[in-house]
Design a protein around this ligand. Structure first.
Ligand code: GTP
Length: 645
């Protein structure tokens, strides 16, 4: 019994739980139902909203349509007024001053200042009030213009004030006249193109050559400009010299360039190791030779037993054997490596007993770099003094024949011969060894202790001219204080830096020795872009080289319009073989408007003086350019500091 009663109680409890659960279920169902109703209501509301939105969009479209219509009406009204104004010239001239159009009746208010200065176009176009009669006219189809290019009176200008009225209905500005009626008055802005023109006062930022004082900073663009890159790669110049030469097998070889030169500290020809000797004392046995004539004069040209090694990369080998693609030319010593790689082991060249100007500070006028008159022959050079006895003469040899032929004969020997020290292997302290001859220090040379660290002027000077005229010989003499024989033709281009003291100013001249051979002319032409000065050399014994001067001038004028040019006839010592009279050279220089001089690299005659005069001319030109720059700058109106006064 007890068990059954307990069972009964449990069952009742379970039933109660079931009832509770059933109630909970009902509640949940009621909530669910409620939520469902709510959702349906929301859906219907959404539908209503969407319908309202559609309705509003439709209304908006309608308003837009009305706007379009209104704008068209306005445009038509504007055009109507325009045509009406254009027709007015046919009206008696008294109307021009009578602002009231005849369409307006006396009782109607006249258009406010329609043709006067106080037009109120906002009021005119205000549709809240009945449009004036004039505007009623404007709604009619505009008359066909009889002539679009008909007479226009200044009153057309008034159309501009109409189109620019700030009180258009709906806040919209009228569009341009679709009928193309003449609107724009002369002198008024015509549209969006205004202001797009070039400001005439805008400073010209064209590719003008920058004129800036040249300081010590290395030229960032040594040699050929980056605009016309040359197929060369850097090598390593020694001191202030280097070369641009084609490398073997199409490779490139180029000195590191002036950007890395230390030309501010030493003269060209000096190298960091120079003067050390390196076990090569300048003994008699190693002294270069010099040929003497029986009369005591050097059997011109002075030459040494040991030929110059053509240390300049541009002089790698025998000129006569050179072939553009020959391995000999390509693999010539020094080629592609520049100067610095060569050891400074050879003794310096023998100084040259030359009559270099000792006091060339006073420069002759341009065009008179060399004393005018008959060319001074070797004997008549006046400046040719018998060489003073020099100990090194012990091993010199005398060579018969003309200097040129002798030199050419030496070239034939080519690489088999010993080579001279290259540029940079010999101290610039000229005469310190021999004290006898050569380009003795002169007012133009840099100080014996080396050039100042900060030259005030830096100029690029390019030596131009046919092959074999003596460019390299000239430069070699200028730097090495010795005339080098057996020079092979320049390959590519060679450069050195010569520091000169002229008029108490320090000049650093970067001298570029170009190859006269035709296959290098394109390279030469590229260099001309950088030229501040040009020494255009010809050989007085070669009419052909003289005739080619005009060709070189043409190259110059194309590439370097403002370069200071010096026409220099070399080999004036070869009077017997002379083909170009001095007067012809002078005349040509006059025709070309350039300076002129004659020189002899073999005798060392007129070597330094032309360079000093060139430096002066370059300085004058640069100062002039600087002055013009200052003038231009000072002419500019002062800039206002700001917007506030
Ligand atoms: N008699 C005489 N011979 C000279 C003089 N200057 C140079 N020479 C000779 O002329 C020849 C040519 O000299 P270079 O200096 O190599 O001529 P270049 O103009 O540099 O020739 P490229 O390098 O081919 O452009 C050499 O044999 C020199 O010895 C001079 O003043 N008098």
């Amino acid at each position: 019994m007890a068990l059954s009663s307990q069972m009964q109680e449990v069952l009742e409890a379970k039933e109660q739980e079931v009832q509770k659960l059933a109630e909970g279920q009902r509640e949940l169902e009621a909530r669910l139902h409620h939520l469902s109703d709510t959702r349906q209501e929301a859906d219907s509301e959404n539908r209503q909203l969407w319908a309202a939105k559609q309705d509003l969009a439709g209304q908006l479209e309608e308003v837009r349509g009305q706007l379009q219509v209104t704008r068209r009406h306005l445009d038509a009204a504007r055009g109507r007024v325009s045509w009406q104004i254009e027709e007015e010239p046919s009206v008696p001239c008294s109307r021009e001053k009578a602002p009231s159009p005849p369409a307006i009746s006396p009782e109607e208010p006249p258009l406010p200042g329609l043709f006067g200065d106080s037009d109120d176009w906002s009021q005119l176009l205000n549709f809240s009030s009945p449009p004036p009669k004039a505007l009623q006219l404007s709604w009619s189809p505009p008359p066909t213009p009889r002539d679009a290019s008909g007479p226009q009176t200044p009153r057309v200008v008034r159309q501009i004030s109409l189109s620019k009225s700030p009180a258009w209905p709906f806040g919209q500005e009228p569009s341009s006249d679709p009928e193309g009626a003449p609107r724009s008055p002369p002198g008024l802005p015509d549209g969006p193109e205004d202001g797009k023109g070039i400001d005439p006062e805008e400073p010209d930022l064209g590719p003008e050559r920058p004129v800036k004082p040249r300081g010590l900073e290395p030229d960032p663009e040594p040699g050929p400009s980056p605009e016309a890159p040359l197929p060369w790669s850097p090598g390593a110049p020694a001191g202030g010299s280097g070369s641009l030469v084609p490398a073997p097998q199409g490779a490139v070889a180029l000195p590191e360039g002036p950007s890395e030169r230390s030309w501010g500290l030493r003269s060209v020809g000096q190298s960091p190791t120079e003067g050390l000797g390196q076990g090569h004392p300048r003994g008699l046995g190693e002294a270069p030779g010099q040929a003497l004539r029986p009369d005591g004069l050097p059997a011109s040209p002075l030459r040494r037993l040991e030929e110059e090694p053509k240390a300049e990369a541009g002089k790698p080998g025998d000129r006569s054997r050179q072939d553009p693609g020959s391995p000999q030319a390509a693999e010539a010593p020094g080629l592609g490596t520049g100067h610095p790689a060569s050891p400074q082991q050879e003794p310096p060249p023998a100084p040259l007993p030359a009559d270099l100007p000792q006091t060339p500070v006073e420069a002759p006028a341009p065009g008179q770099l060399s004393p005018p008159g008959d060319p001074p022959p070797r004997a008549a050079a006046g400046s040719l003094e018998p060489p003073r006895p020099v100990p090194e003469l012990a091993q010199r040899e005398a060579r018969p024949g003309s200097p040129v032929s002798a030199a050419l004969a030496e070239r034939e020997a080519g690489p088999s011969r010993a080579r001279e020290p290259r540029a940079g292997s010999r101290p610039e302290d000229l005469g310190s060894d021999s004290g006898e001859a050569g380009l003795t220090p002169s007012p133009g040379d840099s100080p014996a202790g080396g050039p100042p660290a900060d030259p005030e002027y830096l100029f690029h000077v390019i030596f131009l001219g046919d092959s074999n005229v003596g460019k390299t010989s000239f430069l070699h003499l200028l730097h090495q204080n010795a005339f080098a024989t057996g020079l092979a033709a320049t390959v590519g281009v060679d450069f050195r830096v010569k520091t000169l003291m002229v008029d108490n100013k320090c000049f650093a001249l970067q001298l570029w020795d170009t190859a006269g051979q035709e296959r290098y002319h394109s390279l030469t032409r590229q260099l001309l872009r950088k030229a501040d000065g040009v020494v255009l050399m010809y050989d007085v014994t070669s009419q052909e080289s003289f005739a080619h001067v005009r060709y070189w001038m043409d190259c110059l004028q194309v590439r370097s319009g403002q370069a200071v040019v010096l026409l220099l006839g070399n080999k004036m010592d070869c009077e017997e073989e002379r083909q170009v009279p001095t007067e012809a050279g002078r005349q040509l220089a006059q025709d070309l408007g350039v300076s002129f001089g004659e020189c002899s690299a073999a005798l060392g005659h007129n070597i330094l003086e032309p360079m000093m005069n060139l430096a002066r001319s370059l300085r004058v030109q640069e100062d002039r350019l600087k002055g013009s720059m200052v003038e231009v700058a000072s002419e500019r109106p002062p800039k206002r500091a700001g917007c506030c006064f």
